[in-house]
Design a protein around this ligand. Structure first.
Ligand code: GLN
Length: 473
């Protein structure tokens, strides 16, 4: 689709196409965007129409999660504490997109500092699910998934610390890819939990996911965890190779209690589809799965408590009120600037890192993380990829879970182990339950995104789920 869109824009008008998107957004009830860079973007489109540039993304608009730094465009992480912050530089991924001729149309709504599974913790209010406006779009990159599903943007970027690209992709019926840790530079991604997160594409198809990954992946010396240049593949090449040679593992621990039967059925149906295309499958075990949520949340909250210490209203964003002594000013700014979920996580993370508890919680979590990583290594020695549901159930109602944080955290059971292990995973639409999209998660070996995308492409070539679009919006 993106490749065809580029040709259409070249033959037609980038400005016209972009104006249509902005018109759609103006009429939308989704609240998918926090900032629109309308004048600039339209100016760039006009300029493109006058003298077309070359590049993979030539003239193609893209929406960017508000946690990714964009030079000259307000970047708030959907938090009051960063209101008014305009980054003086671009994230690596934004540099790459611009170098390929993409037009940044605006910033998308998210859970505050990417902490959440529903986009309800945003200071801008929740984004709505285009399939049912009373439901959440998933999170934390809810705006990025909702706008693509509703045709308000042809593609977007999100970030995934514990599922934040895959969860909203699953809830909104689009494709979301979490790359291998280190494949995409985190330079300019405002950190939530550095050791877990990656920026990833949200698109309508696997092919478009490959297309965007080709643009954003690659070595960057400014991110000390960036993988060597050789780790990057050519993701559009070999996309049509099929699945005949693939052995798929289905993890025992990813089925059963707490999983919606309609979701389970959709996953098994998908495995049958892949089998029909020539793949084989077998059951595998990831025995430490039941420790994954506790491990993830201890590590993520510990890292966030340290990362969020830099937001004191002095260096970034606005400083409300008069200056008093340092302690009072600092706590007034942070009390007013952070929402309840960010505060909860700062408190819990600080506790987990404090003297006397560090060994009991944080260190223990790091040890269990190694066991979880080994689960994946062992399973992926035997099979080429793993298949499961992305989320245990379809999108829930706005307000249904937000007052019970634990029930929200539990929803991440199939996504967080992937981040703990650092392996790549993709969510693709695989069916509907009462009109709500269901996502299939495929998990691969480190740096084998090509294989994941190839399987996703084969699946999409024979199934119609990704072609359905929501009626609302
Ligand atoms: N829901 C998870 C969390 O709240 C994942 C968020 C993310 O991937 N950014 O931490």
């Amino acid at each position: 689709m993106l490749a065809q869109l580029r040709e259409q824009i070249l033959a037609g008008s980038a400005e016209e196409y972009l104006s249509r998107l902005f018109d759609r957004i103006d009429r939308s009830k989704l609240n998918a965007f926090t900032t629109l860079d309308r004048e600039n973007a339209l100016g760039q489109a006009r300029e493109f129409d006058r003298s077309p540039r070359k590049g993979l993304m030539a003239g193609i608009p893209i929406a960017i999660k508000d946690g990714i730094s964009t030079m000259g465009i307000e970047t708030t992480c959907s938090s009051r504490i960063l209101k008014g912050y305009i980054p003086p530089y671009d994230a690596h991924v934004i540099e790459r997109l611009k170098a390929e001729g993409a037009i940044i149309m605006g910033k998308t709504n998210m859970d505050e500092f990417a902490m959440g599974t529903s986009t309800e913790t945003s200071a801008f209010g929740p984004t709505r699910n285009p399939w049912d406006l009373q439901r959440v779009p998933g999170g934390s990159s809810g705006g990025s998934a909702a706008c693509v599903a509703a045709g308000e943007a042809p593609c977007s970027l999100g970030s995934d610390t514990g599922g934040s690209v895959r969860c909203p992709a699953s809830f909104c019926g689009v494709v979301g890819l979490k790359p291998t840790y280190g494949l995409v530079s985190r330079y300019g991604l405002i950190a939530y939990a550095n050791s877990l997160e990656q920026i990833g594409p949200i698109t309508r198809t696997a092919e478009d996911s490959a297309f965007l990954l080709d643009v954003i992946a690659g070595h960057d010396p400014r991110d000390s965890t960036s993988a060597p240049a050789a780790a990057k593949g050519r993701y559009l090449d070999g996309l049509d190779g099929g699945v005949k040679d693939l052995l798929i593992g289905v993890p025992d621990e990813y089925f059963g209690e707490g999983v919606d039967p309609m979701v389970e059925k959709a996953v098994w149906d998908s495995v049958s589809v892949l089998e029909g295309l020539g793949a084989t499958w077998q059951r595998v075990s990831l025995p430490h799965t039941r420790y994954a949520l506790a491990t993830y949340y201890i590590i993520a909250m510990s890292e966030c408590s340290s990362n969020l210490a830099r937001f004191d209203g002095l260096r970034y964003g606005r400083r409300p009120g008069d200056d008093k002594d340092w302690h009072t000013t600092f706590s007034e700014i942070r009390s007013a600037g952070f929402g309840p979920e960010a505060k909860r996580r700062i408190l819990l993370g600080t506790y987990a890192l404090s003297a006397g508890y560090y060994g009991r919680y944080y260190l223990k979590a790091l040890q269990v993380r190694t066991l979880i990583k080994q689960d994946f290594e062992r399973a992926l020695e035997k099979v080429d990829l793993l298949a499961s549901a992305t989320m245990p159930f379809p999108a829930f109602r706005i307000g249904e879970r937000i007052s019970d944080p634990l029930s929200l955290y539990m929803a991440d059971i199939f996504t967080v182990p992937v981040n703990l292990a650092g392996v790549p995973a993709i969510s693709i639409p695989c069916g509907f339950a009462d009109g709500l999209p269901i996502g299939l998660q495929l998990i691969g070996r480190p740096f084998q995104e090509s294989l994941l995308l190839r399987a996703a492409q084969a699946y999409q070539a024979t199934t119609p789920h990704h072609l359905r679009t929501p009626e609302v919006a």
